[in-house]
Design a protein around this ligand. Structure first.
Ligand SMILES: NC(=O)c1ccc[n+]([C@@H]2O[C@H](COP(=O)([O-])OP(=O)(O)OC[C@H]3O[C@@H](n4cnc5c(N)ncnc54)[C@H](O)[C@@H]3O)[C@@H](O)[C@H]2O)c1
Length: 256
């Protein structure tokens, strides 16, 4: 069992019980970490509040509002975190959004491209910049990506372009933050039915094809992605940075 006791883990991206971030919070708490949950808006606060309570972290952990499209909310969130905790150890960025994701890449407007990249890619950079000064003993930053960064998946569209940028950002951030002993990694999760996935047209086909072709012949569960997050956040992964770790039942190794 990995021991995260004494560690402060800040997790962004809990929308509901199906969120990958929700499972990551559960696994981090089970490993002993103290949680800070960054929720997007007042509308989503209750789910994070309930989660913190169910994990027995009310009063110990913390909630911060952070719409990552707003610099002042990112600054405010880290200022609030700093007021409670002198140092943090882990940040999870489990955030993605693309307006009109159903549009073909060819039909993506300048504005939709800008928003998708702002929320899904730039936010990792902005959160890393906010977190780094608080990682005084080093730390780990994790994001969530998808194989659509590398290969074309029907209906993934502009989000595939975003994920390619996100994965490149992981490598550059890993290089820049390595001297501060801050590791930056991504988990490439297989398809999971979440709120974000609902926006992807014909998502069930992606799930079906995975069960047919993945070496494990099934789809991955949130808890399995969370397990990899615990590992990557732990000292066991102290030599791993700038990497994309696949938790996809092996789908990415298959040809046909
Ligand atoms: N579900 C999948 O199949 C799958 C597979 C691989 C990777 N991922 C990635 O995992 C991450 C989490 O997605 P999920 O599947 O758990 O879905 P989800 O809908 O539960 O989580 C997406 C989160 O992004 C947050 N978000 C969106 N815009 C935001 C903003 N402006 N400010 C702050 N937060 C914002 C939402 O509040 C939500 O909590 C995403 O990056 C997604 O692309 C998902």
């Amino acid at each position: 069992m990995i021991d995260m006791s004494g560690q402060i883990a800040v997790v962004f991206g809990v929308a509901n019980k199906r969120s990958i971030a929700y499972s990551i919070c559960e696994s981090f708490a089970a490993a002993g970490a103290t949680l800070v949950i960054g929720y997007q808006s007042e509308r989503l606060k209750k789910d994070s509040e309930d989660l913190l309570e169910s994990l027995g972290q009310t009063g110990k952990g913390k909630l911060v509002q952070c719409d990552v499209s707003k610099d002042e909310e990112i600054d405010g969130a880290f200022a609030e975190i700093k007021s409670s905790f002198p140092a943090i150890h882990t940040v999870v960025h489990s955030i993605g959004f693309a307006p009109n994701i159903k549009n073909a890449v060819l039909d993506t407007t300048r504005d939709d491209f800008r928003i998708a990249n702002d929320i899904s890619v730039y936010s990792l950079i902005a959160l890393a910049r906010g977190a780094a000064p608080l990682m005084i003993d080093g730390g780990t930053i994790l994001t969530l990506t998808y194989y659509g960064a590398e290969k074309v998946f029907p209906n993934y569209n502009i989000m595939g372009v975003c994920k390619a940028g996100l994965e490149a950002a992981v490598r550059y951030l890993a290089s820049e933050l390595g001297p501060k002993n801050i590791r930056v990694n991504a988990v490439s999760a297989g398809p999971i039915k979440t709120l974000a996935a609902r926006g992807i047209g014909d998502f069930n086909t992606i799930l079906d094809v995975t069960t047919q072709r993945a070496p494990l012949h099934r789809n991955v569960e949130q808890s399995e992605v969370a397990g990899a997050a615990v590992f990557l956040a732990s000292k066991l992964a102290s030599g791993i940075t700038g990497e994309i770790t696949y938790v996809d039942c092996g789908f990415n190794v298959t040809g046909i």
